[in-house]
Design a protein around this ligand. Structure first.
Ligand code: ADP
Ligand code: ASP
Ligand code: MG
Length: 445
């Protein structure tokens, strides 16, 4: 069995949904198809939710009406026959009645508990899969809907429960053995309270790899709007090139450090069971894309990615001098506030760390102040250079630093992993950093 995940742009136009059905017909064997919401829908639902939180019910109502028109137009073009157009209208009207019902709830409930908000966000994937399923029906392609809310779950720490997912999923799939195509929702899940929840933005990739791992699939395919992982961020850098193969470690670092093509956690479940992940372009299915697997590639710089929203914290203390146990005290504070550290550098009298989740920064700083003088800076970005056996490449650091000689680098982490050099810069300097490294390391400009 293979998993085929199609992202927002891949399902975002009626002709693209039709193309997905063709791709499924051309792909032999059994497959679980994971769909995102149509492009723009989750953003629109977030906006509706935000308007409701802010008490702007009229703005929410307008946004719902705009989205409804989009869906009415979409179903008009997706379905060919009058009978199925009627089915399409019924589906749209059912979902939008629900949106209005959710919107009509007590506005205060949005402020105190985001349950309704999360329920609203989940509707994007529910409607896209239902529309696609009926499109398959209209074309007499046999398939079944596999409701993600029946098997996908996260625990109280928001971590997916892989074993439980597997135990629920296997009998469901066994009961549908006669079918080659099972369609399910990306992104959505249930939490430990059995409420509707999600795997965070971009989470459909994660759904695909969790399902792949849960059923030990042969391959996990992520179909998107670009021909695989590129060597640098194509949204920022003018000239980028696709990479044919990556190891799990390389892809994992790139996803974690901001390559938007993959949700940060996508590689983890796939790597656990050595299931290859293939990135493919829905708009150009002949393009080779990227294969992520155990197979290594040696001695090369592969790609650069960047992660924004980083805060740096420096703890300066003369008590650190020749002392042991100091770092443990620092780490204890972060552990207490369940905040993970991305980068760390130390000198004899200071330690600097970066975090990407600054929600607990207040209490963290007040406790760190018992250890020394604290300086923080926000609006930073980590630029991550990913490759293989980087320490063994003579002159590599020289090439990195000479590329960046007019950029104020705030922190550098090298040697922690053979796959990664991380550089901290102000977010205002990020685009220039990516361009300069593209020139210096890949000779692309
Ligand atoms: P989907 O809706 O299919 O999940 P996303 O928008 O989440 O698609 O991811 C695909 C986008 O990721 C591409 O269009 C591209 O702009 C962006 N991206 C960022 N970094 C990279 C990279 N290194 N390689 C490829 N795409 C990247
Ligand atoms: N629809 C969700 C989002 O936009 C999940 C996804 O597309 O992967 O974040
Ligand atoms: Mg995505």
């Amino acid at each position: 069995m293979i998993i085929m995940k199609f992202g927002g742009t891949s399902v975002g136009k009626p002709e693209r949904m039709k193309k997905i059905a063709n791709l499924l017909l051309e792909t032999p064997g059994k497959k679980i198809v994971v769909l995102s919401a149509l492009s723009g829908t989750t953003n629109a639902l977030v906006k509706i939710g935000d308007e409701l939180v802010a008490g702007n019910s009229e703005a929410a109502e307008n946004a719902i009406a705009t989205l409804e028109n989009h869906y009415l137009q979409f179903t008009e073009e997706l379905f060919e026959s009058e009978a199925y157009r009627a089915v399409g209208k019924e589906i749209v009207s059912r979902y939008f009645s629900l949106f209005r019902l959710l919107a009509a709830g007590n506005p205060e409930s949005y402020q105190t508990d985001d349950r309704t908000y999360r329920e609203l966000l989940a509707q994007g994937e529910l409607i896209s899969t239902e529309l696609f399923y009926h499109h398959l029906q209209e074309r007499k392609i046999s398939a079944r809907l596999l409701p993600a809310l029946h098997f996908m779950s996260i625990d109280e720490n928001q971590e997916p429960e892989l074993e439980k997912i597997s135990a629920r999923l296997k009998p469901l799939i066994d009961s549908m053995q006669h079918l080659d195509i099972l369609v399910t929702q990306g992104y959505i899940c249930r939490n430990h309270l059995n409420e509707i929840d999600n795997l965070k933005r971009g989470g459909s990739d994660y759904t695909a790899s969790l399902i792949g791992a849960a059923i030990r699939a042969e391959e996990i395919q992520i179909w998107t709007d670009i021909d695989g992982m590129h060597n640098n961020d194509p949204r920022i850098v003018k000239k980028t090139i696709p990479i044919a193969e990556l190891t799990f470690d390389e892809a994992s670092e790139l996803a974690y450090f901001g390559a938007k093509i993959l949700h940060p956690s996508t590689i983890v479940p796939a790597q656990k069971f050595s299931i290859p992940v293939r990135l493919k372009n829905t708009m150009d299915e002949k393009a080779p894309g990227t294969l992520i697997s155990n197979k290594g590639s040696r001695g090369e710089i592969r790609a650069i990615a960047a992660k924004d929203g980083i805060t740096s914290i420096r703890i300066k203390s003369s008590r650190m001098l020749l002392a042991y146990g100091f770092l443990r005290k620092v780490f204890d504070v972060f552990e207490k506030y369940r905040t993970s550290i991305d980068m760390i550098t130390t000198s004899e009298i200071a330690v600097s760390v970066t975090i990407d989740d600054a929600r607990q920064i207040g209490p963290i700083i007040s406790e760190l102040e018992n250890l020394g003088v604290i300086e923080t800076e926000k609006d930073m970005s980590i630029v991550c250079i990913v490759g293989n056996q980087m320490a063994e490449q003579p002159g590599l650091l020289d090439r990195v630093f000479s590329s960046l000689n007019d950029i104020p680098v705030q922190m550098v982490s090298y040697g922690g992993s053979p796959n990664n050099i991380s550089i901290l810069v102000k977010t205002a300097d990020k685009n220039k950093t990516l361009e300069k490294l593209n020139e210096g390391l890949f000779h692309l400009s």
